[in-house]
Design a protein around this ligand. Sequence first.
Ligand SMILES: NC(=O)c1ccc[n+]([C@@H]2O[C@H](COP(=O)([O-])OP(=O)(O)OC[C@H]3O[C@@H](n4cnc5c(N)ncnc54)[C@H](OP(=O)(O)O)[C@@H]3O)[C@@H](O)[C@H]2O)c1
Length: 336
Amino acid sequence: MAQQKALVLPEKGGNIKVTDIPIPKPGKNEILVKVHSTALNPADWKIQKPSYSHFIKSYPVIFGIDSAGIVEEIGDGVTKFQKGDKVFHQGDFFNSKSATFQQYTIVLADFIPSNLSFDQAATIPLCITSAAVGLYLKDGAGLQAPWEGGEGKYKDQSIVIFGGSSSVGQYAMQLAKLSGFSTIIATSSIRNADLVKSFGATHVVDRNADVVAEVKKILSDSPKIVWDAVSLEDTQIQAIQILASDGTLLLVGPPHESIKAVQGDRKVYRVYGSPFVHRELGISMYSKLTEFFESGKLKPSPVEVLPNGLAGILPGLQRLEDNKVSAVKLIARPQE
Ligand SMILES: NC(=O)c1ccc[n+]([C@@H]2O[C@H](COP(=O)([O-])OP(=O)(O)OC[C@H]3O[C@@H](n4cnc5c(N)ncnc54)[C@H](OP(=O)(O)O)[C@@H]3O)[C@@H](O)[C@H]2O)c1
């Protein structure tokens, strides 16, 4: 059986390392992709910690959620793609053959926008899906998605986004702009203010300032939606103080105990950014993503390419864990 290299965790508590494993075969309606670029996400280090390891059902396991590459082989029934097509897609580390920290992966994919590199395309899947699930899923803010006729629909409305320079925040701001929000207030370090504005923020509030007071200076009415793409205890408490009493708070992590007592009638929704779990939204969004990126309505996050292929992922994950990544998506190239 043909072999490939993958970053494998062999057993619970074991040492993750680059290992030779068989290249999987695509089944019915599946494609096999040669991964040229994969993005690193905080989930890739968190899932290795004891507090999250109950999510892992079996070992050995491979992580990695974002990738861009070239179709290597198609399974029975596939008509959309052929060998050689350039595609980007979200991986699934609950199913290692579809994880992306390996040289070949089995995926559900879409065509890479012609104006994007593999590295840029790999920044998109998880973070845009997370941003979209929050804004457009009925259980979240329930807005009409831009790819379903809602483009420009929410004029004269305001939204506050905590973590404007984060990967999720960058896509949340862009989607808010595409949805028509006329006031988009984002928090970040002040050195990232120009970048945050370039992704759609109309106002940037220094994350170290009194965020609640600064937002109240800008808005006369409380916003109906606050997207907390940081979701630490302090950002959640600030978000609740800013949000309208019948508004929706979107979180990337679990709601903190301390907001439960003060949330009142506000809806608090924890996003799960998976196009596999939220299948209808995933299919609808992916049907328009290529077009939106090619037309410039959406743009990818800035990237930093890590050296040393799959082995370079481990020091990259350590930087994410140490909060040493700012306003950039770390990318690895598994074929190196
Ligand atoms: N639930 C899901 O499906 C899902 C999906 C994706 C991510 N997540 C989670 O979402 C979080 C963000 O992920 P990511 O990939 O977007 O992270 P990231 O890009 O690596 O986050 C780094 C950014 O966070 C910003 N930041 C940190 N603390 C902040 C604060 N107090 N206020 C404002 N900004 C702050 C930093 O801003 P400055 O450098 O400007 O200070 C930095 O640019 C992680 O916890 C991740 O696990 C969840």
